[in-house]
Design a protein around this ligand. Structure first.
Ligand SMILES: [Fe+2]
Ligand SMILES: [Fe+2]
Length: 196
């Protein structure tokens, strides 16, 4: 189903109010990049806009108040489960005030709750959110450089390659992620100790 512009604007506004207070220089541009890629994925793969677009706007709002600037990849891994639990709660609060059915709210909040639990990604909707999230992480032109400590960028890339890349299914995501990943790998500071 199509998501009407006015409803998308409301969700975007509510999400961005929180995202601006999440990981500095990251959650807002990363989410904007992920939304861009979600729309591209829907064009190629199909899918319900009323579920997938709100889910991608809201997927990382749970980072609110969880982590400051210059965090390491290790610290990030530790708080990952928390950002999904908190995100589900915050997303429900936002969505309950909007003209969406209970069934739609349930599916969107489920997607927020599961999006980073990679072994559990199975359904079409879960896969779409996962792929848009991956693209929004690795497309540094849109997402920027973020606030991960510089020495942890190698760890991030290593984990991205091992945990995320093999799970990508769509032709669009597989092709684009590969392209962005190579670019990112080439730009990384040569002194970074861990390379992929
Ligand atoms: Fe996330
Ligand atoms: Fe994300």
């Amino acid at each position: 189903m199509k998501l009407d512009r006015a409803l998308e604007e409301k969700i975007k506004q509510k999400a961005e109010e929180v995202l601006i207070k999440c990981r500095p220089n990251w959650d807002l541009p990363h989410t904007q990049a992920a939304v861009y890629w979600m729309k591209q994925l829907i064009e190629h793969e199909g899918g319900d806009e009323r579920i997938l677009i709100p889910a991608i706007y809201l997927h990382d709002i749970g980072y609110y108040d969880l982590i400051g600037p210059g965090y390491t990849y290790q610290q990030l891994r530790q708080i990952k489960p928390k950002h999904m639990i908190k995100g589900e709660k915050l997303a429900r609060q936002i969505l309950n005030d909007l003209p969406l059915s209970e069934k739609e709210v349930k599916e969107i909040t489920h997607l927020v709750r599961i999006h980073d639990d990679i072994p559990k990604i199975e359904s079409f909707n879960e896969q779409m959110v996962f792929e848009a999230d991956c693209l929004g992480m690795i497309d540094r032109e849109k997402a920027g450089v973020g606030s991960l400590a510089k020495e942890s960028v190698g760890d991030f890339l290593q984990s991205f390659k091992k945990r995320r890349m093999p799970k990508l299914k769509s032709k669009l995501a597989r092709g684009k992620v590969k392209e962005f990943f190579e670019k990112e790998k080439n730009e990384i500071d040569k002194s970074t100790p861990i390379m992929v």
